[in-house]
Design a protein around this ligand. Structure first.
Ligand code: FES
Length: 110
């Protein structure tokens, strides 16, 4: 079991859990976070953007160039931004903490 804490734009902490091999996007969606994931992991949208807690960022498999390119287009990108569809959970990531950016929610509001 891999535990993940999602911090919402309002600062609420939502504890979720998944299994190694699952995508972070899927865990977040299962936990009811506003991660659209419109392209379903094809790196063709940026609606699955999350901001990884600094102490966890370096423990993730680095982003591929395509992911970096897509992140350049996302709103509210920070140095530790990632696409949650590209993060595969491993046992080492137990306790991972990520923030769901405000912009994702704003887009949903239209
Ligand atoms: S779901 Fe579209 S880039 Fe992640």
């Amino acid at each position: 079991m891999v535990r993940v804490t999602f911090v919402t734009a309002e600062g609420a902490r939502i504890e979720a859990q998944g299994e190694a091999g699952q995508r972070l996007l899927e865990i977040g969606q299962n936990a009811g976070l506003p991660l659209e994931g419109t392209c379903e992991g094809q790196m063709a949208c940026s609606t699955c953007h999350v901001v990884v807690a600094a102490q966890w960022f370096d423990r993730l498999t680095p982003a591929a160039e395509d992911e970096e390119d897509m992140l350049d287009l996302a709103a509210g990108v920070t140095r530790t931004s990632r696409l949650s569809c590209q993060i595969e959970l491993t046992a080492d990531l137990d306790g991972l903490e990520v923030r769901v950016p405000e912009e994702a929610r704003d887009m949903q509001r239209g």
